[in-house]
Design a protein around this ligand. Structure first.
Ligand code: ARG
Length: 461
């Protein structure tokens, strides 16, 4: 069995169902390019340690280079007999350079330190791609905020009309968490930049190899300090899975709003044809499938995180084969986001906003009531009293079926003598929005500042 990395002490090969259960080449093939790079680095430290002659090193490096080309071009693929990508690639190397040279590569390393290292390398690259995709989504949000600097809308809490706000303020509220998610990815990367290579199966290598040289060659900041930890811990994978799930959750919040806003009942937005779908039976339908898939995939990303944590829970040190289950959920989270991010960016950047509709609804539901209360506070009235008075205004207006701005001078004065006609200066959507001009507020000046800040933060990432 040319693909097997073990077998000396076994009288027979594995049973068919054993081999089927054990096999991971259908997913860990993604690690192949990293495996080959790491093998080149390993060959060099074997040479430095005097365990691989000059000529053998050259032969081995050539073999690995040709194998890498064949893997990239699809000429070398996993065979039925290969258990995992590591065994398959050793088979490929031996096929190219013979067992005398090819059989030397594995000295001083184990699949345990290999797979832990390669998974980190794969994930660090993947996470960089995700960050780039996220930046495109942030760009799309920022672009819409910049294109609608004056548009107003009803701000909501509990999905009930709360206070008028600027559309740009609401849009940017979705950009900030995504910026933090990118920061989380970068933070993850700092901790993931430690190389397990050289840890062997669990206890380290006796062959005088240099883990620091491999770590540096593979782009890590350092080699691991504890070989047991390095081969058995997967908190780096769980941390990445968390950030990926958080991204899904953050995107799902925006997706949910897009779904609501595109209904005729809200009527805030129209989705571009290219980013929506139709119905096979109802000809009039235009469905927000990008957003719905975002919501759905958020659930899947959460599942990948919790599944991985469950795999890791209570595993005794050091490596256990349970750990082979670590890769698929993380690979899947990355793959789902790679599908999702360009679609969301496309969806958001092509949303058509109906500013008139949003402006019409901005004061509906007595969203200026807080402005009455705060105006009274500025007139020296205690907030408890002001809150009651503003509430009474709502009651009168609701009873008469009018807006707060339509209450007569007499009605206002009857509620509270402090309510002089001057209160009308805050009883407009504009007045309300402009008055919220402290840092972080919805006033135009603040939102413009914020937009510049988000742009700058995104450019710095
Ligand atoms: N394929 C395994 C994994 O993905 C690595 C192999 C370790 N196997 C072993 N028997 N120690 O985790």
């Amino acid at each position: 069995n040319t693909g097997a990395l073990w077998g000396g002490r076994f009288a027979t090969g594995p049973a068919e169902a054993m081999a089927a259960l054990s096999k991971s080449t259908h997913f860990d093939w993604a690690l192949a390019p990293y495996d080959l790079r790491a093998s080149q680095a390993h060959a060099r430290v074997l040479h430095q340690a005097g365990l691989l002659g000059e000529d053998d090193l050259a032969t081995m490096l050539d073999g690995l280079t040709s194998l890498a080309a064949d893997v990239a071009g699809g000429a070398f693929v996993a065979a039925e007999s290969d258990e995992d990508v590591h065994g398959a690639l050793e088979r490929g190397l031996i096929e190219r350079v013979g067992p005398e040279v090819g059989g030397r590569l594995r000295a001083g390393r184990s699949r345990n330190d290999q797979v832990a290292t390669l998974f980190r390398m794969w994930l660090r690259d993947a996470v960089r791609q995700i960050a780039i995709g996220l930046l495109d989504v942030i760009d799309a949000i920022v672009g819409q905020a910049a294109a609608h600097p004056d548009a107003v809308m009803p701000g909501k809490t509990h999905l009930q009309a709360a206070q008028p706000i600027l559309l740009a303020h609401q849009l940017l509220a979705h950009a900030h968490p995504l910026l933090r998610d990118i920061q989380r990815l970068k933070d993850f990367d700092r901790r993931a930049a430690v190389s397990p290579y050289g840890s062997g199966a669990l206890a380290g290598s006796s062959l005088g190899l240099n883990p620091d040289a491999i770590a540096a060659e593979l782009g890590f900041d350092a080699a691991a300090e504890n070989s047991i930890d390095a081969t058995s811990s997967r908190d780096f994978a769980a941390e990445a899975a968390f950030v990926l799930a958080m991204i899904g959750v953050d995107l799902s919040r925006m997706a949910e709003e897009i779904i609501l806003w595109s209904t005729p009942e809200f009527g805030y937005i129209t989705l571009a044809d290219a980013w929506s779908t139709g119905s096979s039976i109802m000809p009039q339908k235009k469905n927000p499938d990008v957003s719905e898939l975002t919501r759905g995939k958020a659930g899947r990303l959460i599942g990948n995180l919790t599944g991985l944590l469950a795999t890791l829970k209570a595993q005794p040190l050091a490596y256990n084969r349970d750990l082979q289950e670590d890769k698929e959920p993380v690979f899947d989270s990355v793959a789902q986001l790679q599908l999702l991010l360009p679609a969301i960016a496309g969806l958001v950047s092509t949303l058509e906003f109906h500013e008139d509709r949003m402006a019409e609804l901005a004061p509906a539901g007595f969203t200026l009531a807080t402005d009455i209360a705060e105006w009274l506070v500025r007139e020296g009235v205690p907030f408890r009293v002001a809150h009651e008075a503003a509430g009474a205004c709502v009651k009168v207006a609701e009873g008469r079926g009018v807006g707060l701005d339509e209450l007569t001078d007499g009605e206002l004065a009857a509620v509270d003598p402090h309510l002089t006609p001057r209160v009308r200066e805050v009883l407009t959507v504009r007045g309300s929005i402009d008055s919220r001009d402290a840092r972080g507020g919805t006033a135009g000046v603040r939102v413009a500042e914020q937009l510049a800040g988000v742009r700058e933060a995104a450019a710095r990432l």
